[in-house]
Design a protein around this ligand. Structure first.
Ligand code: U2P
Length: 271
């Protein structure tokens, strides 16, 4: 069974209603309530959150290049990339590191690596924390911290990455914004309300945006457990909140330390 057929069957098998969310659909409005629940005996999560990164903003802080760092690719990319598929509670908290036995194993996602390198790259050279206290790839961090808490809806590492890619492709946020005139620019500012409306119209749910110095850094989409879009609770911290007018900086590939910037196709350290 190919990728698309598998995902179509998978999504159809799950019921089409958004269950378990009626009471607290708009989530906890208290800013700053971002608490990681204890690792043991966690209750089942309430909803999914697809977190997307805007490289144009994050790459501005790049001070070190390596082949794993997508900020250093020579072919400029002006698209949101994947941060992770997270599982959250309606109260603004989330479970983390739910199965220490499920250490990331890159061999389990071999067929997906080509797509992951393009659409879910690391935007730095740093390794990320893993649930056993070590350091690993960005993908290892996301699977172990968030993916292991997604059962019983997502049951293994391969399905976690496959599902995330599938949702990312289904809701092409970069295309939605460009079609509405929100073009990456280092001079323009755009009304936050306009960006939110464009996504509401296309996705039929309210996203959540995270900013850094007035620039869009992250865009989050929320989903019921059946992957139907739902409104995201407005639970960003005051430091992460976006102003009324935001920028969407252009991606400028870095070529630092006298090194030439590195084409993504030679990005072997990421795997
Ligand atoms: O916002 C800072 C970091 O907290 C984690 N986070 C945030 C909001 C949320 O709903 N769920 C969640 O997990 C993320 O941690 P990371 O995956 O980066 O380790 C987010 O970056």
């Amino acid at each position: 069974m190919d990728f698309l057929t598998f995902m179509s069957v998978f999504l159809l098998l799950i019921s089409t209603s958004c269950y378990g969310l009626s009471e607290n659909h708009h989530g906890d409005e208290e800013g700053g309530l971002l608490v990681v629940a204890p690792a043991k005996q966690q209750k089942e999560f309430d909803y999914f959150l697809l977190a997307l990164l805007w490289p144009g903003t994050l790459c501005q802080g790049t001070n070190h290049c390596c082949s794993a760092n997508a900020c250093c690719r020579s072919n400029a990319t002006s698209m949101f990339t994947i941060h992770g598929l997270w599982v959250n509670y309606n109260d603004g908290t989330w479970p983390a590191c739910c199965n220490n036995g499920s250490n990331f194993d890159i061999k389990k996602i071999t067929p997906l690596l080509g797509g992951l390198q393009i659409y879910w790259p690391s935007l730095s050279c740093n390794l990320e924390s893993t649930c056993d206290g070590g350091k690993g790839l960005f993908w290892a961090h996301e699977w172990e911290k968030h993916g292991t808490c997604a059962t019983p809806v997502i049951w293994d590492e391969y399905t976690y990455f496959l599902t995330t890619l599938n949702i990312y492709f289904k809701y092409n946020i970069t295309k939605i914004l460009i079609e509405e005139g929100y073009i990456p620019s280092n001079s323009e500012k755009y009304p936050l309300g306009g960006i939110v409306s464009a996504i509401q119209n296309a996705v039929r749910a309210t996203p959540l945006l995270v900013c850094s110095d007035g620039a869009v850094q992250e865009l989050r989409l929320c989903f019921c457990k059946n992957f139907e879009p739902q409104d995201c609770p407005n639970n960003v911290t005051p430091e992460e909140a976006c102003p009324r007018y935001v920028s969407l900086p252009e991606y400028v590939p870095r070529s630092l330390g006298g090194k030439r910037s590195i084409p993504w196709s030679s990005n072997r350290e990421a795997i």
